[in-house]
Design a protein around this ligand. Structure first.
Ligand code: AMP
Length: 221
């Protein structure tokens, strides 16, 4: 079972990938997380990636393609995965096709998570992580009780470096220019499923599971 979650920053790809991981045992392969790990490690690659990430631009195709190749060849990817944040442009999509064909792997579905730009802005500007519990919260949408719980536990509501308004606008522009055309690419490949993702995470998950049952992906695969 190999799935791509396609969507803008803030469309909920990470949240849904984590749920699929928990329920179906499919490892989440988040390119953003892999890059953030590289940044924390302080490697040369991490330093290069950080410059693009802080600016809200894409990290170079050669770097991310090399990383994805390594990750998808690892034993942990043997029984499938959910790709979250990869591919993000045409070159990456074509590069992924080559990697998959070299590895003898076939994609089961690409799910486009559809959210309006207005809602994306609100989700991204309000997004916070509790430093104590790691819980994902949103100052616009989380209940006061959930927000207080973090503070009372001695935590802080941390905003990701690239979740400030200027960088968010750049990231959404990059998405529209570079990533959105992949919707047509995967539609032409006959792999595209669309989920209206402008609702609660629980409801989106229900919709996601429904379209996956309609594609080649089922729990018993
Ligand atoms: P994300 O956590 O998916 O929002 O990604 C955070 C940042 O990591 C993006 O704004 C990019 O700078 C970088 N990034 C993530 N995935 C990719 C990718 N497939 N290609 C290039 N850069 C990426």
């Amino acid at each position: 079972m190999r799935i791509i979650l396609l969507g803008a920053p803030g469309s909920g790809k990470g949240t849904q990938a984590q749920r699929l991981q928990k329920d179906l045992g499919l490892p989440q392969v988040s390119m953003g997380d892999l890059l953030r790990e590289a940044v924390v490690s302080g490697s040369e690659l991490g330093l290069q990636a950080k410059i693009a990430m802080d600016a809200g631009e894409l990290v170079s195709n050669s770097i991310v393609l090399e990383m994805i190749k390594e990750r998808l060849s690892a034993p942990a990817a043997g029984s499938g995965y959910v790709l979250d944040g990869f591919p993000r442009n045409q070159i990456q999509a074509e590069g992924l096709d080559v990697v998959l064909s070299d590895l003898g792997q076939v994609l089961d579905a690409t799910v486009f998570m559809d959210v309006s730009r207005e809602a994306l802005m609100k989700r991204l500007t309000g997004r916070r992580t509790c430093s104590k519990t790691g819980k994902l919260l949103n100052v616009h949408f989380s209940s006061q009780q959930d927000l207080d719980e973090c503070i009372e536990a001695g935590g802080k509501l941390i905003r990701r470096d690239d979740d400030n308004e200027d960088t968010i606008r750049t990231r959404l522009g990059v998405y529209e220019r570079e990533t959105e055309p992949l919707i047509a690419y995967y539609r032409e490949c006959g792999l595209l499923q669309v989920v209206d993702a402008e609702t609660s995470a629980d409801e989106v998950y229900t919709r996601l599971r429904k379209v996956l049952v309609g594609s080649r992906v089922t729990e018993s695969d």
